[in-house]
Design a protein around this ligand. Structure first.
Ligand SMILES: NC(=O)c1ccc[n+]([C@@H]2O[C@H](COP(=O)([O-])OP(=O)(O)OC[C@H]3O[C@@H](n4cnc5c(N)ncnc54)[C@H](OP(=O)(O)O)[C@@H]3O)[C@@H](O)[C@H]2O)c1
Ligand code: SF4
Ligand code: SF4
Length: 381
């Protein structure tokens, strides 16, 4: 495992961090999808045994179960071996005291006396203005002073201008951004990453594989990737790109199976900072260009838009739409869309309320795209 200093905080962090948003799941006796606790705990502990020392969770992941399972995984001495980060669900904050209440609830769920990192979750312009008005700064200072939190930061989904404004507004000790070779001009952007570096604010990266999509490229892109000089798999190439940047301290991967944990532990033995030459960066740009030609809608399956009040399975439908588009085969869309109709998760019940578009970190035109898909594949009379 490779390690780098976590800025000036006085410890070294593993380049691979464990994101607990995509843990393995099973169906409960009541038919609900829940975390496969035994497997998830074994995966997190194995990663820590092999050198991972940063674990990221949040209030909302897995319908609130992620914090509980992460807390269980960190028992038996694992808590002392890894830095623990979780996030304030800022969308639930209506008044100042909500921040303290939510933090206390999270410490209880995790069953820990303190957090190493507490992040304001998924900041965008509106959320940030609201938290400013609610005096988030005095809350952050208070939870550091009373020992509930060691370090504070924020995670981010908006544009580069907003990212700079937030960075300049407080003495942040870290920032968490979505960054991968498809998104170097989206959200915080590469320029935002470099700006954080100039200010000495360490950056934690999320969605390095764009939620897994970069690990499963369509055939012609996979063929192009296979020509890289490292002999790297698609996932490895994506990790190599993010690891190249010295402003990034740790790279979170939401690993969903023991095989992915094993693969990523192997990859992170050898993905050095500054490891890409100008030719390598050019190669990655060419892969990006090929991707951009073949993605109908840039959904990362983050599930922030779920549940839709009308039951529309937005990420599932977009995944199908992208797969069909990549292979240039509308029959895939038409055939598989029937399953969404059968389970009443298709787009015909969308009432254009806009709740999903407000929640979408990628700012996708969800409603119009759903309408287009309905036109192409709708199965209701
Ligand atoms: N704060 C925020 O707003 C926010 C938003 C998003 C994420 N996050 C955090 O950041 C973490 C990382 O983001 P992410 O989960 O989107 O990371 P990611 O690495 O981009 O995507 C994870 C997915 O990639 C696939 N994968 C991982 N390793 C692989 C491998 N070696 N080979 C093939 N496929 C592999 C798996 O997908 P399949 O199982 O489908 O193959 C896995 O579920 C999250 O878990 C969460 O903790 C925070
Ligand atoms: S706009 Fe449509 S898809 Fe989006 S939340 Fe509302 S009903 Fe659901
Ligand atoms: S549509 Fe947006 S919010 Fe919904 S899963 Fe996709 S990226 Fe996430």
């Amino acid at each position: 495992m490779l390690y780098v200093p976590f800025g000036k905080l006085g410890f070294n962090v593993s380049r691979l961090g464990f994101g607990t948003m995509r843990l393995p799941t099973v169906q409960s006796d009541e038919g609900a999808v829940v975390i496969d606790r035994q497997q998830a705990i074994a995966m997190i502990r194995h990663a820590i045994d092999q050198g991972v020392n940063y674990v990221d969770t949040a209030y909302g992941y897995h319908n609130g179960e992620s914090e509980i399972v992460t807390g269980l995984a960190l028992k038996n001495g694992y808590r002392e071996r890894a830095k623990l980060a979780t996030k304030l669900p800022q969308w639930l904050v209506r008044e100042h005291k909500d921040m303290d209440r939510l933090l206390d609830e999270q410490l209880k769920k995790l069953d820990v006396p303190y957090l190493d990192f507490y992040l304001l979750h998924a900041l965008n312009r509106d959320a940030f203005e609201r938290l400013k008005n609610l005096d988030y700064q005095s809350f952050l200072k208070r939870c550091i002073k009373d020992g509930r939190v060691r370090h504070v930061g924020f995670s981010f989904h908006d544009d580069a201008v907003t990212f700079r404004d937030i960075l300049d507004n407080y003495a942040w000790e870290m920032a968490q951004i979505q960054f991968n070779y498809l998104d170097d001009r989206a959200q915080a952007t590469l320029d935002g990453l470099l700006y954080a570096g100039e200010k000495g604010i360490p950056v934690v990266v999320m969605e390095p594989l764009r939620g897994g999509a970069l690990a499963n490229p369509p055939k012609e892109i996979a063929e192009r990737i296979s020509q890289n000089r490292f002999g790297a798999s698609p996932a490895e190439l994506a990790f190599r790109y993010v690891s190249h940047f010295s402003q990034v301290v740790t790279i979170l991967s939401g690993m969903s199976s023991p095989e992915q944990v094993e693969d990523n532990l192997r990859i992170f033995e050898d993905v050095p900072v500054g490891g890409l030459s100008a030719e390598d960066l050019q190669f990655v740009s060419s892969v990006k260009a090929a991707y951009l030609d073949r993605t109908a809608i840039g959904c990362t399956a983050c599930n922030y838009c779920q549940p839709c009040p009308q039951g529309v399975n937005i990420p599932g439908i977009f995944d199908l739409y992208n797969r069909s588009y990549r292979f240039g085969d509308n029959a895939i869309l038409k055939n598989e869309y029937k399953q969404f109709c059968a389970s009443k998760q298709d787009a015909s019940s969308c009432v254009s309320c806009g709740v999903c578009e407000e929640a979408c970190p990628q700012q996708l035109p969800i409603i119009s795209t759903l309408k287009e898909i309905e036109k192409m594949a709708g199965c209701r009379p």
